[in-house]
Ligand binder design. Structure first.
Ligand code: C2O
Ligand code: CU
Ligand code: CU
Length: 493
């Protein structure tokens, strides 16, 4: 049974009619004060207490529903524990995690813990298919630094559809350190799940996620599922945990008044020092944690600006921040949000190269679920070099933490120098990564690496690697077919 208290309720949202006009897709200049008035929805936390056997037991139900996103329109949507999106999962380093994932959808799907370091059979990639009506029960011990990760379906060929319909949520990992950052969830520690959509006249999501070169670049920006949201600021500083949960769109984030803010975390954890910026680029799957300062009475919009890259097409408002006339004091910006060890490839580190091809292959081959492309010894630090194509891409590696060594020979900017799992690969560029692999071995359960533009990953711009005991690499067969243990989960009654 799914705990009903944990159901994501968008009821509050449905009652709010945003006072805005057309959905024609044109950016409007509406009357002042009439837009960006819908309260920002904050996904509820799902942080179960320790149960009798010392584990945290999460229950997630994938389901269909309808959601009022545009005023007066019911959009058919998919969600976890509710009609649209999913709760924010939260657990601490060292916790034993037990998941019950129930598929109430009409199609087989999976749930991948993007940015969470788990044994391969628990990863929720395309091999851990959950049939309609079936239940999947992965379990693992959480062991990684504090970070903002997320979860989403990963069925081969239909990930774009499943995510587009609304299946996505955040997964916050805490650790024992005091990071000195604002930490009141929904008050001064606020998740922003950024996604773009296209709507048909009847309010349904339109557009083919597999069309064209990049799939959908929508003309409606949703933040936590809300179009034109407003967030009421009550503190001097707010920490934003930002996820690019879009199909393809690059968010080129900036405030309308160009105010500066501090990046304090990348995908894989917090930075050694805050980095001041006035602009921040996130490609699909990437996360950042930032701290923004506000003055009493501020009224400012966070926007995404066209920067000439196809994926960032158009200027759009995302969320409006309205500060109270009296703001509660916030902790000073910490000098050292965290101290994560640098990922340093040893002398003679293994170099692997990945040439992204067009929109559907890596190293000349499209994804084959039966083929193991790479075999990596447990605990290795390797250099992975990703070569772009004539299209824009990015690159995500499951299980690992990496640091960007260089992009076309130049070190990454300080605000993107931390631990990551997803990185932008600009047109015709070469990105080199120092990749730290984990210690969970399983020669017959692969992890994925792929472009996180969902149209590309669904078309086959993905490969598979296994992590094995050092010294056994050459014994690992490069095909999975006819092996046991690769069958989909049987239906469960
Ligand atoms: Cu966010 Cu392999 O995915
Ligand atoms: Cu992932
Ligand atoms: Cu791509």
């Amino acid at each position: 049974m799914v705990n009903r208290r944990n159901f994501l309720s968008l009821a509050a949202l449905s009652g709010v009619a945003a006072a805005c006009g057309s959905r024609s897709g044109e950016r409007l200049e509406p009357p002042p004060g009439a837009v960006m008035a819908t309260p920002l929805f904050v996904p509820p936390l799902l942080a179960p207490p320790l149960d009798g056997d010392g584990a945290r037991h999460f229950e997630l139900a994938m389901q269909t529903g309808r959601t009022m996103i545009l005023p007066g329109q019911q959009t058919p949507t998919w969600g976890f524990n509710g009609a649209f999106l999913g709760p924010t999962l939260r657990a601490g380093r060292g916790d034993v995690i037990r998941m019950t994932v129930r598929n109430g959808l009409p199609e087989a799907s999976t749930v991948h813990w993007h940015g969470i370091r788990v044994p391969a059979a628990m990863d929720g990639g395309p091999h851990q298919l959950i049939q309609p009506g079936a239940v999947w029960n992965p379990a693992w011990t959480l062991d990684q630094p504090a970070t903002t990760a997320w979860y989403h379906p990963h069925p081969h060929g239909t990930t774009a559809q499943h995510v587009y319909r609304g299946l996505a949520g955040l997964f916050i990992v805490d650790d024992a350190e005091d990071h000195g950052l604002p930490a009141a969830y929904g008050v001064d520690d606020v998740p922003l799940v950024l996604q773009d959509k296209e709507f048909a006249a009847d309010g349904s999501f339109s557009g083919d996620p597999l069309r064209g070169i990049y799939g959908i670049l929508g003309d409606h920006m949703l933040v936590n599922g809300v179009w034109n949201p407003r967030f009421d600021v009550t503190t001097q500083r707010v920490r934003l945990r930002i996820l690019n949960g879009a199909q393809a769109r690059m968010f080129n984030l900036t405030f309308a008044d160009r105010r500066r803010f501090h990046v304090v975390g990348n995908d894989g954890g917090l930075l050694g020092a805050p980095v001041e910026v006035d602009q921040l680029v996130l490609t699909p799957g990437e996360r950042a944690e930032v701290v923004v300062g506000f003055a009493p009475g501020d009224d400012v919009v966070l926007r995404t600006l066209d920067n000439g890259v196809d994926l960032a097409k158009g200027d759009f408002d995302l969320v409006r921040f309205v500060a109270a006339t009296g703001l509660k004091p916030s902790p000073a910006l910490p000098a050292h949000p965290a101290t994560l060890p640098a990922i340093v490839p040893p002398a003679g580190a293994r170099l692997r190269t990945f040439a992204l091809g067009g929109r559907d292959s890596i190293n000349g081959r499209p994804m084959d679920m039966d083929r193991i492309d790479e075999v990596v010894p447990a605990g290795a630090v390797e250099i992975w070099e990703v070569d772009g194509s004539g299209f824009a891409h990015n690159f995500h590696i499951h299980e690992v933490a990496f640091q960007v060594l260089d992009v076309n020979g130049a070190a990454p900017p300080a605000h993107a120098s931390g631990h990551k799992d997803t990185v932008y690969v600009p047109v015709r560029s070469k990105v080199r990564l120092a990749v730290q692999f984990g210690r969970d071995t399983d020669p017959s359960s692969p992890y994925m690496y792929h472009c996180h533009i969902l149209r590309h990953e669904d078309a086959g711009m993905m490969g598979q690697f296994v992590i094995v005991e050092p010294g056994t690499e050459s014994q690992v067969p490069h095909t999975l077919s006819a092996r046991p243990g690769q069958q989909p989960t049987p239906p469960h009654h």
